[in-house]
Design a protein around this ligand. Sequence first.
Ligand SMILES: Cc1ncc(COP(=O)(O)O)c(C=O)c1O
Length: 348
Amino acid sequence: MSPGPGGDGRIDLRSDTVTRPTAAMRRAMAEAEVGDDLYGEDPTVRRLQEVSAQRFGNEAALLCPSGVMCNQLWLRVLARPGSEVIVEADAHLVNYEDGAGALLAGVQFRTVAGRRGLLDPHDVAAAIRPAVFPLTPTSLVCVEQTTNRGGGTCYPLERLAALRAVTAEAGVPLYMDGARVFNAAAATGVDVAEYGALVDGLMFCLSKGLSAPIGSVMVGDRAAIEEAVLWRHRYGGAMRQAGVIAAAGLVALEQMTGRLLEDHVNARLLAEAAAEVRPDSVDLAQVETNIVYLERVDASAVVRRLAEHGLLAGAMDPGTVRLVTHADVSAEDCRRAADVLRRVLSAP
Ligand SMILES: Cc1ncc(COP(=O)(O)O)c(C=O)c1O
C-alpha cells in the first residue's frame, strides 16, 4: 500500500476529518496577517467571513472552532428554549452532540424518521406543532446536507424548497447543518448559494473534505450572526489571532471544493467492489457522495480484518461499517482498498 498521510502505510477511510492541511494551507497559515479577533481586528478572519457570506449569498458569517459549536449556536439563535426542534432521526444534532441541544439551548428534539437521513416535507408538516397551550411548540426544523448517518445522501433542491414552503407556512425557521454541503454541491451541480437562499441559517465545515485543520463557519442574516457572536463568547469559542486558522480556511474554499468529485468517484469504486462480492451489503443507488455504508455485515469483525490489511474503517453499529473517501486517499489507494474489501467481504 502507498504510504498514507500518516506515513504508516495505512489507508484511513474512517472519516474525512482525518485529512491533514495541504502544503498551501501550511504556507498560508505561516504567513497569515493576524490581529485580535475578539476586537474584530483579524483581517484574515474578516476575509474568510466575507468570502463565506458571499459564497452562500448571505449577509454575514462567523468562524467557529467546530461544527458542533456552529450547530449549537444556531440552536441558541434560531430556536426558543422550552420548545421543540424537528430533526431527522439519524441527524448529527441529536445523535452525536452529547445532549448539548437540551443542555445548552434548552430545546427538546422531536425526531422524524426519513429515508437515508432525508426528511419528507409531508412528515415535517404533520410533526410541526402550534403554540397552543399546553403543547410544546415547534420553533425550528433542521436538515443535514449531506447526511452523515444517512450515507452521504443529498437533499435535492426541490425537496428543500418544499420543506421551506412547509416551514414558512408554519412560521418556523429552517436550518441547514451543512457540514458537507460542498459535497452536495459537487454531486448535484447546485450552487451552494441556492441552498443558502432556502434556509434561515447554515453552517459548513472547513475541516472535513476541504482538508483545513480546524474550523466551521456559520452563515446567515447580520442580526442572527451578531447574536451568535455573543453566544460564541459565552460558550468560550471567541478566539484571538484566529487568522492562522482562517488562512487555511480560505485556501480550503479556493482550492479544495473543486476536487470533491474525485472523492465521490473513489467512493463509488469502493461501493462497487463491495457489491460485486456482497450485493446485499450496499445499495449502489444511495452512494451519492464520499460516504459508503456496508450494511448487514459483522461490523467489528469486518473492521478488524480490514485493519489487518492496512485499511481503516469505522463500525457505526453492530451491523454497519462506514468508509469515507477524502483528499488524503488517492484513486490508487482506493483501488487497493477495493481489492482488500473484495477479499475481506468474500471470506467466509
Ligand atoms: C453532519 C455533521 N454535523 C456536524 C458535525 C460536527 O463537526 P465537528 O466535528 O467539526 O464538531 C459533523 C462531524 O462529523 C457532522 O458529520
